[in-house]
Structure formats: structure tokens, C-alpha cells
Design a protein around this ligand. Structure first.
Ligand SMILES: Nc1ncnc2c1ncn2[C@@H]1O[C@H](COP(=O)(O)OP(=O)(O)O)[C@@H](O)[C@H]1O
Ligand SMILES: [Mg+2]
Length: 245
């Protein structure tokens, strides 16, 4: 096990009126428990607003939990180095003023590591980008190139865990297929664990061996992907499956 999550909760306060008095909470993640094995690909599926991104941010400690526990094995002891995330919208996750070279240098600098052209060229090669693009700003790249840049940046420090939060959702269909193939190839080459998040259960099936189904902040079903596809137990999972059949 590289990660174990116990009864994790994130409640966002709802603020109303100019006095900003509390008017209750959004239970974005509401008592989630699961574990992740080394080198495993875990899919997380559920409709928009069910808490997937909140869960991903909690795991990487980008936001604080309301309660619950996240236990990391020694393999993930240095979270900034050992885990990385790729978000849905590459344009929002890249600094518009940084060119591709600076984007790829940043993770090394963030942990005080020196790097050189070799590391950068290796990252470009891994994700299939030409080094002729190094001087470009994010807006001067195509959507697919931008997502490849985000993946390269995430790979920079050789993470043991890569969280992919709807990595295909901003891309058109042909590019989605290419990026999915790239992710499968990288997984085979490096064997890091993936947490692959999507609202699309058909996409999750293509990449994950085990999956969680989330609904309104809770896990309504979890198990082997094949088993869930052949024998879904929760009514909500059945609905998701009907939508793609
Ligand atoms: N920073 C925030 N403040 C308040 N509510 C939030 C915040 N972020 C997300 N939410 C709410 O939490 C719920 C889960 O959101 P999110 O984790 O983004 O879901 P998903 O990624 O599955 O679409 C939604 O109801 C959303 O409106
Ligand atoms: Mg989301």
C-alpha cells in the first residue's frame, strides 16, 4: 500500500449575505475510505460536482481536510517530489507568462534541484513534444501540446503517484485518444501508480484495474473494474453504465 485514506471529509462553508454568516456546508467529500497499492491504476468516476477534484486536492494536501486521515507510505514521504497532478484545463494550470522551457524547469527549482538541457529534452521526448517549442508561451501551443506540457511537468521529478484529474476532458476526441495512449505508455515504462479521475466511466475502464464510484461526496461502489462492469451493484453505477452502452 502506498496510500490509505480513512473517513476523509471536506465540508466547504456556505457564506451568505454581507455579514458572511454561515448558512451550512457543502459536503464535497463526505467520509471517503480507500487504499492504493504501489503501481496500481485506480479510477475514480462520478458526475460533475460529486467531489472528485476536492478529493484529488486533499490527497496532495493542496487543501486541508475537515476530518479524516491520509496515510502515506515511506514511498510517498516527500509529497512534492513523489506525487504530482495533471488537471483538466491545461491553460488554467500553466502560468501564461512562462515559456515551455521555464514551465519544465520549475519543478526542479521548486525542490532546489539543478537541471540542464538534458533533463528537459528527456521530458519533451517522453511526452512527444519537439524542443522547437521551448520558447513558446502556453497560448502559443495547441490544446494537446499544452496537456503534454502539463504531463511532462508532472513527470519531472519521477513521481511514484500521478493523479490525473479529468486529463482528457478539455480535448477533442482525436487528441483524447492520443493522450490516453501516452498515459498508458508512460505507465508501462515507469510503473508509477495512477489515480485517474473522470466523469466518463467508459474512459475509466480503458485505463484502470480498480475503481471507485462517487456520488455526492461518498463512495457508492468500489472494486475491480471488470467486476463493476459485469456486475454493478449500486443503482447509480448502473445508471452511469447505461449512459455509455
Ligand atoms: N472552494 C470551494 N468552495 C466552496 N465549494 C466548493 C469549492 N470547491 C468545490 N466546491 C463544491 O464542492 C462540490 C464538489 O466539487 P468538486 O470537487 O469540484 O467536484 P467534481 O470535481 O467532481 O466536479 C461541488 O458542490 C462544488 O460546488
Ligand atoms: Mg473536477
Amino acid at each position: 500500500m502506498i496510500l490509505e485514506v480513512k473517513e476523509l471529509k471536506k465540508y466547504y462553508p456556505i457564506e451568505r449575505g454581507f455579514l458572511k454568516t454561515g448558512a451550512g456546508f457543502v459536503r464535497a467529500v463526505d467520509g471517503v475510505s480507500f487504499s492504493l497499492a504501489e503501481k496500481e491504476t485506480l479510477g475514480i468516476v462520478g458526475e460533475s460536482g460529486c467531489g472528485k477534484t476536492t478529493l484529488a486536492k486533499l490527497l496532495l494536501k493542496l487543501i486541508a481536510a475537515t476530518s479524516g486521515e491520509i496515510i502515506f507510505s515511506s514511498k510517498l514521504s516527500h509529497l512534492r517530489k513523489d506525487a504530482a497532478i495533471v488537471f483538466q484545463d491545461p491553460l488554467l494550470s500553466l502560468d501564461p507568462r512562462m515559456n515551455l522551457r521555464d514551465i519544465l524547469l520549475e519543478p526542479f527549482q521548486a525542490v532546489g534541484l539543478k537541471t540542464d538541457g538534458l533533463n528537459i529534452n528527456r521530458l519533451l521526448e517522453l511526452v512527444g513534444l519537439s524542443n522547437a517549442l521551448l520558447a513558446r508561451l502556453p497560448r502559443q501551443l495547441s490544446g494537446g501540446e499544452r496537456q503534454r506540457a502539463c504531463i511532462a511537468r508532472a513527470l519531472a521529478l519521477s513521481p511514484k503517484l500521478l493523479i490525473l484529474d479529468e486529463p482528457l476532458s478539455s480535448l477533442d476526441l482525436i487528441i483524447q485518444k492520443q493522450i490516453l495512449e501516452l498515459l498508458l505508455k508512460l505507465k508501462e515504462e515507469f510503473g508509477m501508480a495512477y489515480i485517474f479521475i473522470s466523469h466518463n466511466i467508459a474512459v475509466v475502464k480503458k485505463i484502470s484495474t480498480r475503481m471507485l464510484v462517487m456520488f455526492q461526496g461518498k463512495i457508492v461502489e468500489q472494486g475491480a473494474t471488470d467486476e463493476i462492469f459485469s456486475h454493478p451493484r449500486s443503482g447509480y453505477t448502473k445508471k452511469l453504465l447505461e449512459a455509455v452502452r
